[in-house]
Design a protein around this ligand. Structure first.
Ligand code: GLU
Length: 428
């Protein structure tokens, strides 16, 4: 991993830049450059063939001044402590910018979940909880799904925690399945929120009209719902999506000039987000290489897969037509690439604002768990729209007021809120 690609170095460098602009006290910088607490543990799991395999797991709590640490758990073959640290840090900013009373955390396991049977996955999930349950809880730290984990896994984890505590504790984890303590709208929430921010950005630049085009990287949970909502909420057209192909171990971009059909593509996608190349070709999609999504002649680019994909090496491939970069993924853009985006005046909706819809809905899920009373989907989505629009406008106002790049403006809003909470609690 190069220096530029180490996500924690990126998260710290982004923070340092804004800390300097804001003239933050040294103590505030010291608190926020590093996580408050980190746990690393071994997870021995009985495999189906009777052998024991030992996995590595992590949980990082970056900051909990505004409320319990909050953030997903990733199951990924290339997981490292530094990726988890970065993602935990971004969660602190995400919850603060969304103005929900939660802090930032993240967890992970070094594992390719597609190599596990259902039983092995369940045992690994339960083991993960057994290892850290004393540090979790609705008032301490609340995990959720992320890359490589699913609502079903959250259900198993909630069950394991409840057994250890000897009582039903649905609020210990969010993103649970519907009927198992989950919230209506949670699956759609992140992608829906991405498009709410795209709508507000288009309105701001005077570009909101039907028929706008988008190109998306990824076809997992965030990308699928971003595609649907770009089409259904905004009347737009998604002309390409790029995703990893597990069989061929490479990425492809699936293109259709008249617009992709996200429902059809979803029907030929496996549970890990791999679209079947054969079936897509049979349905008339052109298949290009995995990077092609970035250079498409579209109005909006939506990276919605993983971190570190828009770099100093490839950022110049972005077409001059692109007006908005909506970061559905966490940390997709490196510092070098950011400089180019600024210079080219592309309106960037930074990750921790753009994809805050997921955690905002997680917050609603916890509120519903506490009340033991559940809202219908329209109510959840309308509350989500309000929260995401308010977050977008707080950042936009800061950016206009202080003449800041949107990412820096989002950092200003978030850092100021976290600093205030730390001071109010007497930490500083
Ligand atoms: N994993 C999602 C994120 O990165 C959701 C986190 C949550 O719901 O706690 O924002």
């Amino acid at each position: 991993m190069t220096q530029e690609m180490n996500p924690f170095k990126l998260a710290q460098a982004q923070f340092d830049q804004v800390a300097e602009q804001m003239g933050l006290d040294q103590a505030v910088r010291d608190m926020l450059r590093w996580p408050l607490r980190e746990y690393r543990f071994q997870l021995p799991v009985r495999m189906d063939n009777g052998s024991i395999k030992v996995f590595f797991g992590f949980r990082v709590q970056h900051n909990d001044a505004r409320g319990p640490a909050k953030g997903g758990i990733r199951f990924a073959a290339n997981e490292t402590l530094d990726t988890v640290r970065a993602l935990a840090t971004w969660m602190t900013w995400k919850c603060a910018v969304a103005d929900i009373p939660l802090g930032g955390g993240k967890g992970g396991v070094i594992v390719d979940p597609s190599t596990l049977s259902v039983g092995e996955k369940e045992r690994l999930c339960r083991e993960w909880i057994d290892a850290v349950w004393k540090n979790l809880g609705p008032r301490n730290d609340v995990p959720a799904p992320d890359v490589g984990t699913t609502p079903q896994m959250m259900g198993w984890m909630m069950d394991e925690y409840s057994k250890l505590r000897g009582e039903y504790v649905p609020g210990v984890i969010t993103g649970k399945p519907l009927g198992g303590g989950g919230s209506a709208g949670r699956t759609a929430a992140t992608g829906y929120g991405v498009i709410v921010t795209v709508r507000e950005a288009m309105r701001h630049i005077g570009w909101l009209s039907p028929g706008r085009t988008a190109s998306i990287q990824g076809f997992g949970n965030v990308a699928q719902y971003a595609a649907r909502n770009f089409i259904e909420l905004l009347g737009g057209k998604v002309i390409s999506v790029s995703c990893w192909n597990r069989t061929d171990k490479t990425a492809y971009t699936f293109c259709k000039e008249e617009g992709i059909d996200p429902y059809f593509l979803q029907s030929i996608t496996d549970q890990y987000g791999s679209i079947s190349k054969k079936e897509a070709e049979r349905a008339g999609y052109t298949v290009e290489d995995g990077d092609a999504w970035l250079s498409k002649d579209v109005d909006v680019l939506i990276p919605a897969a993983v971190e570190g994909v828009i770099t100093g090496q490839n950022v110049e491939q972005i077409s001059s037509r692109v007006k908005i970069l909506a970061e559905g993924a966490n940390g997709p853009t490196t510092l070098e690439a950011d400089e180019v985006l600024k210079r080219r005046n592309i309106f960037t909706i930074p990750d921790f604002l753009c994809n805050a819809g997921g955690v905002t809905c997680s917050y609603f899920e916890q509120v519903q768990n506490d009340m033991n009373y559940y809202w219908p989907e329209e109510e959840v989505l309308s509350k989500l729209d309000q929260k995401m629009s308010a977050a977008f406008h707080a950042v936009l106002e800061m950016s206009l007021d202080k003449k800041l790049y949107t990412r820096d403006a989002a950092y200003w809003v978030a850092i100021a809120r976290v600093e205030r909470a730390m001071r109010l609690r007497g930490w500083l």
